[in-house]
Design a protein around this ligand. Sequence first.
Ligand code: HEM
Length: 399
Amino acid sequence: MSTEVYFNPWDEAFRANPYPYYKPLYGRPPHLLNMFYQMALVAGYDDAVTILHDHERFNSSQKTNPTFDEQERTLFAGAATVLFSDPPTQTRLRKLVSRAFTPKRVRDLEPRIREITHTLLDRAAGKNGLEIMGDLATPLPVMVIAEMLGVPAVQYEQFKHWSDRIVESDNTPPGMPLPDATKQAAKDLRSYFANEIERRRGDPGDDLVSALVAAHDETEALSADELLAFVILLLLAGNETTTNLIGNGMLALGRNPDQLELLRGNPLLMPRAVEEMLRYDGPVQATVRHNHVPVEVGGALIAPETMVFVILAGANRDPAHFSRPDEFDITREPNDHLAFGDGIHYCLGAALARLEGAIAFEIALERFPRLRLTPGEAPPKYKGSYFLRGLSELRLAVS
Ligand code: HEM
């Protein structure tokens, strides 16, 4: 592998396997470049942690990239969201829903997640093989988050369609307008949830949308625009990522049959296996921060108004932090990966995603004792987004 840095999220070959391209970034200061914008690439584990913890100088709001900015405006109509804001706004918004995502609240969802997983696999069982993305990985998380939000889970195909069109727009080249299909999906999704919010006003339930409506109506802790933006963020953040944990994790198990056998023989390894899936091929490749003052990180001086790419999946394979980083080892311990980020924006849904992942793998392996990659199958195809890495399809043999 060359020591030259090549970083091009618009290149399909790069997106299909970005990991070799991270190697030249290790063991040296963050790489500064100008590709449409002033950018810094951070794949070193320690530098990534430093930036994620320095939210005062490395902000999540105020985009320097007009394409990201247009995406956010299209989807959230300029309202602040927890993910793309900084304290005190981020602190206020996060507090509103953090109660719904505590480990205890999440554990209470377990029986229902098991039930949904069984129902989905019942439907798939009669077929000749599994297409794990369509049969399980896509519907499961969207059905779970839809139930938490209190919207009908049966509409998951509609949610998926909207969500796919929105995620695809990550791949819009700088300076180009967002595709019409993305704009339409954002419009339809917004109007769907605007109706749901109205419905809750007259008929509140024990769900997240009702809790957020109450926060808006009773405490003014949330503006009407923020309320709609929050619900949409939860739907998107709660499904695309977990779908990709299940898909990428299944592919890693399929490509490493020794690890698959080890897991089958030792179900107690499941929590560690899920952590290794998150480290080895995480659903979120990178996140972006913006600095408005010069900051020195790991020996590089990052100039103001730089788009700082914190490459989480790159940091998760930094050889200075993880031994044998390119090996998929479900017994790895410790495994302090950054797949859920770090610092104040640490993933709100981490406990839920871990639980859904563990249940999906446990039940799929139990019900299909011969589950494996389909021999001779073409290389898997990835969806269009670099940031949210996930397969469009993954066929598995079951007999
Ligand atoms: C395997 C699945 C998941 C992965 C890998 C993942 C990853 C991440 C990452 C890396 C961040 C931090 C982004 C940053 O610092 O800029 C994040 C934040 C967030 N995640 Fe997740 N996520 C997953 C599942 C979920 C689920 C299931 C939900 C909710 C139902 C969720 C809701 C959120 C929210 C609301 C934030 C913003 C938190 C904040 O900014 O304070 N995520 N996630």
